[in-house]
Design a protein around this ligand. Structure first.
Ligand SMILES: C[S@@+](CC[C@H](N)C(=O)[O-])C[C@H]1O[C@@H](n2cnc3c(N)ncnc32)[C@H](O)[C@@H]1O
Length: 303
């Protein structure tokens, strides 16, 4: 299912997650680049390690059925999430992208313990096989790409068993989000950015208090919140290429841009992104490094 942006640059006091966007059924098939994501997701892996480590006591007790939503190529599901669970736990990684799931299945599937499936977490038709099935659900770096994060959380709630738990990491604000929004509005590219499967407008990007908004949303759905925090995160990178590659690896709508224009599009994103970054000479080795600063929401909640 692909979605058409209708209220993309709408700004108001209404929380972004409440803004409705029209949905169009599309047969167009674009592709993402799983190997590129695996080779460039150093920062995302670092965040995943950090949050898993923080909740390690709770996670080690989970011995039932788990899901990792928006698992991408599956490396984090396999390398970081699965080893943190009780040895009897089983996990299924799900993603909206067929290419990601195909790669994850081929690379990481483990009989009985780890499997992968295509699932759009915003679907209004949740497969019956997933309802009230899971003891725990993870989602890292994925839910902010949803057009309808409220529907996504409603689906997570429905998929959990009574007393089932959820650990999510949602990016609330990152300079890349405004860069993508500006670039896709550029007249040279806008005609090609018609049908996209992930939202370039993030649910909490204009929020004054993302933590309060997320808590309110989760409570409204019925979750009991054990933990919800909003944090500044920073990484030092040698250049911005690696992080940018990790984003371009799953922006499937880029494939719609003709080849020569696509390269210009990528350069334009890189140029604009560089302008948002702080670079400085590190005194310890005299090397120029880039400071990457952004904001995350972390929530651990129970059905
Ligand atoms: C940045 S990757 C995150 C991969 C991995 N979880 C991590 O932490 O690095 C974001 C993933 O979310 C997926 N995604 C975006 N919207 C989705 C949706 N509505 N349902 C399921 N997956 C979605 C994308 O296809 C992409 O693979």
């Amino acid at each position: 299912m692909y979605m058409k942006i209708c209220s993309t640059f709408f700004k108001s006091s209404i929380p972004n997650y409440l803004i409705l966007r029209t949905i169009t059924l599309q047969s167009t098939k674009y592709s993402s680049n799983p190997p590129l994501y695996v080779s460039s997701n150093k920062n995302q892996r670092h965040n995943a390690w950090t949050v898993i480590d923080e909740f390690s006591d709770e996670l080690r007790k989970i011995s039932g059925k788990c899901m990792d939503i928006g698992c991408g190529p599956g490396d984090i599901t396999n390398d970081i999430i699965l080893p943190a669970l009780h040895p009897n736990a089983v996990i299924i990684g799900t993603d909206i992208s067929e290419d990601m799931i195909k790669y994850a299945r081929k690379t990481y599937s483990k009989e009985k313990q780890l499997d992968f499936d295509v699932l759009d977490i915003q679907t209004k038709e949740l497969p019956a096989k997933y309802i009230s099935e899971f003891d725990h659900i993870f989602s890292f770096h994925a839910l902010h790409w949803c057009f309808d994060i409220k529907q996504a959380f409603k689906n997570i709630y429905r998929m959990l068993r009574p007393n089932g738990t959820m650990l999510v990491l949602v990016v609330s604000l990152h300079p890349i989000c405004k860069v993508i929004q500006e670039t896709i509005q550029d007249n040279r590219f806008a005609p090609y950015i018609k049908d996209v499967n992930i939202s370039p407008v993030w649910p909490f990007q204009d929020s004054v208090n993302p933590n309060r908004e997320l808590k309110g949303l989760l409570k409204e759905i019925g979750f009991k919140i054990d933990h919800c925090s909003h944090r500044n995160v920073y990484h030092f990178d040698d250049n911005s290429d690696q992080f940018l590659s990790s984003i371009l690896a799953f922006l499937e709508f880029i494939d719609n841009i003709p080849h020569d224009q696509k390269e210009i599009f990528k350069k334009e994103i890189a140029r604009k992104f560089t302008e948002t970054q702080i670079s400085f000479k590190r005194s310890s080795d005299n090397k120029t490094v880039i400071l990457n600063v952004y904001n995350l929401l972390i929530a651990f909640a129970k059905k």
